[in-house]
Design a protein. Structure first.
Length: 143
């Protein structure tokens, strides 16, 4: 049975978690958020209350998630390669939260944590997580 992108991402991360030596890195908790952030972006892209200017950023972040070519490629790094996708997703979702009612974001969130706090936390640590050069390149993709 073929898996869609979301299902493949979840299964890859689940398999990665089985190896405790790999999953015990400082940023592992953020890798685990990748499927939920992807899901949220997909839902926001279809929400009529999200302005088209934000939908363009969302589309870019979704394309970045799916593209095999990015700054931290999953093909080389495994699930740790999702860290740049997670950071970009948080950056874009943060922009949506600034330009829409927060309810637009929270109603689509499937994760367990408070999405508003979580997005801010990721944005706050992104430079440390990725390095300033990569973080700046990601932000420039949507600005």
């Amino acid at each position: 049975m073929d898996q869609d992108f979301y299902q493949k991402m979840r299964s890859d991360i689940r398999a990665w978690l089985q190896d405790k030596t790999k999953s015990s890195t400082k940023w592992s908790e953020y890798v685990l958020l990748a499927p939920d952030l992807f899901h949220l972006l997909a839902k926001l892209a279809l929400d009529k209350d999200v302005p088209s200017s934000e939908k363009a950023k969302i589309a870019g972040a979704l394309a970045y998630f799916i593209s095999p070519i990015d700054l931290l490629p999953e093909a080389l790094l495994g699930p740790m390669g999702y860290l740049d996708d997670v950071a970009l997703a948080a950056y874009v979702i943060n922009s949506v939260m600034k330009n829409c009612d927060h309810e637009v974001v929270t109603k689509h969130w499937a994760g367990e944590q408070n999405v508003l706090d979580l997005v801010q936390q990721i944005v706050d640590v992104a430079a440390d997580m990725l390095g300033n050069k990569i973080w700046d390149k990601l932000k420039n993709l949507v600005n």
